[in-house]
Design a protein around this ligand. Structure first.
Ligand code: BES
Ligand code: MN
Ligand code: ZN
Length: 496
């Protein structure tokens, strides 16, 4: 169970028996809240002894500080003022939460000397707390000793001059946290538990937030002639689904913005089966669909003033007797034919039909798809940034800026005729792989053949959605990448 933080913003707080967090910039000799939490300034002596210099995200931990009403003091360093970014407030929240230990009452002094924290950044700090609290342990039946177990509930009072504005912004932070947690859960869940039907049920559950959800069955996709998506699904005993989620928060006639996700609940590779080592990670091959579902949650929960469509293609890629073969030629909904060279290049087949369907039915302002599409993007960018491919410079620039603001980074990759040629087929309109070189780019070129002239971006999140490194705001295998990024893109440019 993840810890629940009951967060409140206030002008002051009582400290008795609490853990107090004080923030400090590098180069300042006093932390925030010094007079209240540490009247005898024992933290200064401790800092000297421990050579604590308030480096960014470093902490100094004092137990039973003399003269203080708090049971414990944590000084959290913010680094130098001129190097402090908006994203650092989120990280600071996470770093603070890491120091809460067994405390059930926490007071955080947010306004470091020489610093007035904006309400939005104070809410980001709270979001950092909430994201750090996440842990996926539903399948751990042997509970740890009581002392090691984090408390179920923690009351956190954040003391800041911006308390009134921060209180208002907190509801939005909660909506974002809810979306990220949903995306993380979906990716972390084992593939026997979360098949296409079960994933579709989770999408359907967003109706309680006012999202309209349609679930297309195999038969309905057959009638739509989604031969590319269905070809992937045919080797699994579990039937595919296409979930279409709509949030109508904008003007009635306004065309929607659209997000499309790859939802391969498990990718064995199919007949072109993957090697055994690390195959268990392929339970996360629905990270794109999870991000789209989490994003729909967030936008609906904060009642975003925009019309949004979220479409996720849900399939399992398995190698049974009915599985598709290398050499097969399938016809996509667009009418374009595809020669299957490698059944492990399945994500693009799912997305090709999902993108075409989305464009055809909704005529959206733009389409952004997210997919754990290629190992090649991991080779290029590692876990540090997702690959960004786009046919529209303005959309790409806006996405990159949202990436910088949220810390969910993107790195733009090229598209071009020369790469497109690499997926021409001898027997069909195209083939589903372009050979060993430029693997992430040829995959993107494949998708581009299904978007027409619509503004479009493809985010290859194979390196960022799963197997994620631990950070201040995530200790989880599944990061929930994409929810904060795209929520930010929408709120910065497409609302109201
Ligand atoms: N789901 C994989 C890509 C992937 C790899 C995601 C590692 C997360 C971590 C995708 O379906 C795949 O298998 N891609 C192949 C394409 C190749 C056969 C052209 C790849 O990248 O090797
Ligand atoms: Mn694959
Ligand atoms: Zn895959």
């Amino acid at each position: 169970m993840s810890t629940q933080y009951e967060i409140d913003f206030a002008a002051s707080a009582t400290l008795d028996g609490s853990l107090a967090v004080m923030l400090q910039l590098a180069g300042q000799d006093a932390p925030a809240g010094l007079a209240d939490a540490d009247p005898e300034n024992v933290s200064a002596r401790a800092a000297k002894i421990a050579k604590f210099t308030a480096k960014s995200m470093s902490t100094l931990d004092l137990i039973a500080p003399h003269g203080s009403k708090a049971d414990r003091l944590v000084v959290l360093g913010l680094g130098k003022l001129d190097a402090l970014t908006a994203h650092d407030w989120l990280r600071a929240g996470g770093a603070a939460a890491a120091g809460f230990k067994a405390a059930t009452r926490v007071v955080v002094y947010l306004d470091a000397p020489g610093l007035q924290v904006e309400p939005a950044l104070a809410a980001d700090f709270a979001l950092g707390l909430m994201l750090r609290a996440y842990s996926f342990d539903a399948y751990k039946t042997k509970k740890k000793d009581d002392e090691d177990k984090p408390p179920k509930k923690v009351a956190v009072t954040i003391v800041t001059r911006a308390h009134a504005g921060a209180k208002k912004a907190l509801a939005e932070a909660e909506a974002v946290a809810g979306g990220v947690v949903l995306a993380r859960d979906l990716v972390n869940l084992p593939p026997n538990v979360l098949g296409p039907v079960e994933f579709a049920d989770r999408a359907k559950a967003l109706e309680k937030l006012g999202v309209q959800v349609e679930i297309l069955t195999e038969k309905e996709m057959g009638e739509l002639k989604m031969g590319a998506l269905l070809g992937v699904a045919q080797g699994s005993v579990r039937p595919p689904r296409l979930a279409v989620m709509q949030w109508k928060g904008g003007k009635p006639k306004e065309p929607p913005v659209a997000f499309i996700g790859k939802g391969v609940v498990f990718d064995s590779g199919g007949i072109s089966i993957k090697p055994g080592a690390g195959m268990e990670d392929m339970k996360g091959d629905m990270g794109g669909a999870a991000a789209v579902t989490g994003l729909m949650h967030t936008l609906a929960a904060r009642k975003a003033k925009v019309n949004v469509v979220g479409i996720i293609g849900l399939v399992e890629n398995m190698p049974d007797g009915n599985a598709q073969r290398p050499g097969d030629i399938v016809t996509s909904m667009s009418g374009q034919t595809i020669e299957i060279i490698n059944t492990d290049a399945e994500g693009r087949l799912v997305l090709g039909d999902a993108l075409w369907y989305c464009n055809d039915r909704f005529k959206p302002r733009f389409m952004i798809n997210l997919a754990t599409l290629t190992g090649a993007i991991l080779v290029a960018l590692g876990n540090q940034a997702a690959g960004l491919f786009s046919n529209d410079d303005e959309l790409a620039t806006r996405l990159s800026a949202a990436g910088e603001a949220t810390g969910e980074k993107l790195w733009r990759m090229p598209l071009g005729k020369e790469y497109d040629k690499m997926i021409d087929s001898k027997f069909a309109d195209m083939k589903n792989t372009g050979g060993r070189h430029a693997g992430a780019i040829t995959a993107a070129q494949f998708l581009k053949r299904f978007v027409g002239d619509t503004h479009w971006a493809h985010l290859d999140v194979a390196g960022t959605a799963m197997n994620s490194p631990s950070t201040e705001i995530s200790q989880s295998w599944a990061s929930g990448y994409g929810v904060r990024l795209l929520d930010r893109l929408v709120s910065d440019h497409y609302e109201g």
